[in-house]
Design a binder for this molecule. Structure first.
Ligand code: ATP
Length: 456
């Protein structure tokens, strides 16, 4: 008997079959930890990032958008602590030389690695005689720096070293002074950016959950030190509202987790993650960190540029404190797909559909002529299609295959509504049928009322 596919395998194959996400460099056998987004994947991703930008930047008066360069001066990463400390614990299989995350192997053995030092991990590996997944002995646990290193320009020496940024955050800190000098904002205010980041993960896995080239949406929000707590709490709530109200995630799948002292990043005085029930378990979806004045102080020291703030009212000069909400776009998309993936029985047949919120669905409405070979139906359907496109983003036209097949296809990509033009539409001016994805029910709607009926 064939092994039953897991939910994760089903999501991955739907993504490939329907043009959401493909393996990176697939025709060459793939490049681990990289994924390419196809047309529906790009649109779904863009819908997620624009909802984010709209909520956190466009509708607020206290946010400044930035799009910083991916390559930055090497001293940025010395100041931030990444050159010295951006590493994960790894062990090497002594026979195959394959590398594995030590903390992941411990977790698989039922040991909680949170807060463990390298020595403590080593002790557990020895005591429990933990082997590599291939059954061989492993080396001692070592730290592995996850930044991709490169050289800028023709000179290949230490002075030309740069890194593909491992987080977008530093691009915001280095622009703090530019924003102060050009926009003169008053505290509190924030800088926001969406962009690529790169991490040489030891073990990329779980589809787009842990990748080597990722996209982040980050905010560095600057406050007076005494305002940290209330700002932190507000952002926690905003993050949750974004997940539930904008992306349509199920609130019961979201968990707020306070990160203990020993597990926090070196710059953070308090961190709370939002974890999500992915098909492979409860894992980090996004984070919120209180970075204090760490980064601005470090950059002041390393660059020699004063990154303090002058308060006109109190006539005081000080370095603001910073709260950082951070979001991974790929993980958000996977959470959306995972919550939306549904199987049910309709007309006696199993159907697979994505119960996407209309706000994120790549196609909001699909327009069909009932039959492909009747010019009068095609013409009317084209007319309706063009009319809807004027007001709604994400309208598709489909005349391929029978109507049942078209419904299945739209269900699989999560299209909330399908509009069919039939003979009654043309001959009796009887409006169109609108079919609801979730219930499968159809309703007749007058053409002049269609846009407002569908307005999403
Ligand atoms: P993890 O513990 O899962 O490795 P992290 O704590 O290192 O994640 P952060 O440094 O806080 O992650 O990064 C901010 C956000 O960027 C994460 O909440 C996540 O959404 C996303 N992210 C981080 N690393 C990856 C990755 N390798 N692949 C996809 N998304 C990632």
């Amino acid at each position: 008997m064939a092994k039953e596919e897991t939910k994760m395998e089903k999501i991955i194959s739907l993504c490939k079959r329907r043009g959401f996400v493909f393996q990176g460099s697939e025709i060459y056998g793939g490049l681990a930890g990289t994924w390419d987004y196809g047309p529906y994947g790009v649109t779904l991703k863009n819908n997620i990032t624009s909802l984010w930008w709209n909520r956190f930047v466009d509708t607020r008066d206290d946010m400044y958008g930035v799009d910083a360069a991916i390559l930055m001066h090497q001293n940025v990463w010395k100041a931030s602590g990444h050159v010295g400390g951006f590493s994960d614990p790894l062990v090497t299989d002594v026979k195959t030389n394959k590398r594995f995350r030590a903390d992941h192997l411990l977790e698989e053995m039922g040991v909680d690695p949170k807060g463990m030092t390298l020595e403590q991990m080593n002790a557990v590996f020895k005591e429990k005689k933990i082997k590599s997944p291939d059954g061989n002995d492993v080396s001692d646990v070592k730290q592995f720096n996850m930044m991709f290193k490169t050289n800028v320009g023709a000179l290949q020496d230490d002075s030309s070293i740069s890194y593909l940024r491992p987080e977008t955050a530093q691009g915001l800190f280095v622009n703090f002074k530019n924003i102060i000098d050009t926009f003169h904002p008053k505290l509190p205010f924030g800088l926001a950016q969406i962009g690529k980041a790169f991490r040489n993960e030891i073990a990329p896995r779980d589809f787009i959950f842990r990748v080597r080239e990722l996209e982040q949406m980050e905010i560095e929000y600057f406050v007076k030190p005494e305002d940290y707590k209330k700002t932190f709490d507000k952002f926690l709530q905003e993050q949750k509202d974004f997940l539930i109200n904008d992306l349509g995630l199920d609130a019961s799948h979201i968990h707020e987790v306070e990160i203990p002292d020993a597990d926090r990043a070196h710059y953070s005085k308090r961190s709370v993650d939002h974890e999500f029930d992915f098909p492979f378990g409860q894992k980090e979806l996004l984070g919120l960190a209180y970075r204090t004045d760490f980064d601005l102080k470090q950059h002041t020291e390393h660059s020699g540029t004063d990154l303090s703030y002058y308060d006109e009212e109190t006539k005081e000069r000080f370095i603001p404190h910073c709260i950082e909400p951070t979001f991974g776009v790929g993980r958000l998309m996977l959470a959306v797909l995972s919550d939306a993936y549904t199987e049910d029985i309709i007309d006696g047949e199993t159907r697979v559909y994505l119960k996407l919120s209309p706000k994120v669905a790549p196609v909001k409405v699909a327009v069909f002529p009932l039959l492909k070979n009747k010019p009068m139906l095609i013409e009317k359907a084209q007319e309706v299609y063009k009319m809807l496109k004027k007001d709604i983003k994400g309208v598709a036209f489909d005349d391929n295959g029978n109507i049942g097949k078209r419904y299945r296809r739209q269900d699989e990509i999560g299209t909330p509504y399908c509009v069919t033009i039939d003979f009654d539409t043309v001959e009796k001016d009887a409006g169109v049928t609108v079919r609801n994805r979730d219930t499968g029910k159809q309703e007749r709607v007058k053409i002049e009322e269609l846009t407002s009926y569908l307005k999403i």
